[in-house]
Design a protein. Structure first.
Length: 360
């Protein structure tokens, strides 16, 4: 089998050594005579995997001891509702930055629960430009400021974070977590669906400051309360065992590559290669995103016509480059270049883009 280059936005590329290890261990996990995904989630074998994944997250992201890691289901979409259910009441409010499709979805769910103040709305610029983070001001009485660190559809990413004083930042980092170091102490809660940089779909990582757990009301159904999962080490119910197992393997791979700093260096290198082709094409390829707001994970661009975009995607597919069609809501082209994307894949795409322009 010839491996192809996977530029899909998600479920996304997984490191090939991880796939090989999964294949090796799938039928018989470490000689126990069962697959790990068959054995009990209360077993010693699974407990080791579960706790090792948490330990690796703490190590790689330098998460202090007063934060707790949770493994939940439902994707980031579940968190859009779960966060306001736990932290908004009729007497309280939160702040939001509206930066694209995913921020909008989180905002709409939060509005159903409580009062939401919009401190930045990028709609007038079609969500193609972010303000300097230092200009964001949280309302002092807000419970949290919600930010979406990277918008996979629009191709924009916050390069840094505001100083919000006592108001914690709650951030959806589904599509760029583990791609750069984080100032963890600025955040009260970070959540991320695994299916971009952390592994296959099925598990959502939540990093929460422990003192915030006291704010979660006991009137919520058990699964929707963060305390339920915090008290039981995310084993209140059967966790997504396979996804957590794969997450652990991906984290081990990240560590072996040199950790988060190495991931950042690779992200910078891959993104600069594609943006250089776009910027030097004399307008043949055009990226609509403001240069200071460009994503390192999801590169978006347009060609002179939709017909050429269709031809571009079709020809790239024949050459083994998959997933380059832009999201249906915005069109164009998009290359998602997450941590596991080899530099060779981006080089192949950059060369193809140059060649396509010459011939078309």
């Amino acid at each position: 089998m010839t491996r192809k280059f996977n530029f899909y936005a998600g479920p996304a590329i997984i490191p090939f050594p991880v796939l090989e290890q999964i294949e090796k261990e799938m039928k018989d996990y470490k000689g126990i005579g069962l697959s790990l995904i068959e054995t009990s989630h209360r077993s010693k074998e699974y407990e080791e995997v579960h706790n090792a994944a948490m330990t690796l997250l703490k190590e790689l992201l330098k998460i202090p001891n007063h934060y707790q890691i949770l493994f939940l289901g439902g994707g980031a979409t579940m968190q859009f509702g779960m966060i306001p259910l736990n932290f908004l009441t009729k007497e309280k409010s939160c702040d939001f930055t509206l930066t694209g499709s995913w921020a909008e979805k989180a905002y709409k769910d939060a509005k159903k629960i409580g009062k939401v103040n919009v401190v930045f709305d990028g709609k007038s610029d079609k969500y193609m430009k972010l303000p300097a983070a230092a200009t964001l001001k949280a309302n002092p009485d807000s419970v949290y400021l919600h930010m979406t660190s990277n918008e996979t559809i629009g191709g924009i990413e916050w390069p840094d974070w505001p100083d919000t004083g006592k108001v914690p930042i709650f951030a959806d980092m589904s599509s760029d977590i583990m791609s750069r170091p984080l100032p963890i102490e600025k955040f009260g809660l970070i959540y991320a669906g695994a299916q971009k940089n952390l592994g296959p779909a099925g598990v959502t990582v939540v990093i929460i400051r422990q003192d915030l757990l006291a704010l979660c009301p006991d009137t919520l159904p058990a699964y929707l309360n963060y305390n339920t999962h915090a008290k039981d080490n995310s084993l209140y119910n059967t966790p997504p065992v396979f996804s957590i197992y794969a997450l652990k393997l991906v984290l081990e791979w990240v560590k072996n590559q040199g950790g988060v700093n190495a991931m950042k260096a690779l992200a910078d290198k891959r993104a600069s290669m594609l943006y250089q082709v776009i910027d030097e094409s004399n307008g043949y390829y055009s990226c609509p995103v403001d240069k200071a707001s460009r994503s390192k994970m999801n590169i978006v661009w347009r060609l002179p016509s939709e017909e050429k975009e269709t031809k571009f995607v079709d020809e790239a597919k024949k050459l083994g480059m998959l997933g380059l069609k832009g999201h249906k809501s915005v069109g164009g082209c998009r290359a998602s270049i997450y941590n596991a994307m080899p530099v060779e894949g981006v080089m192949a795409l950059a060369d193809f883009m140059k060649d396509f322009q010459k011939k078309n």
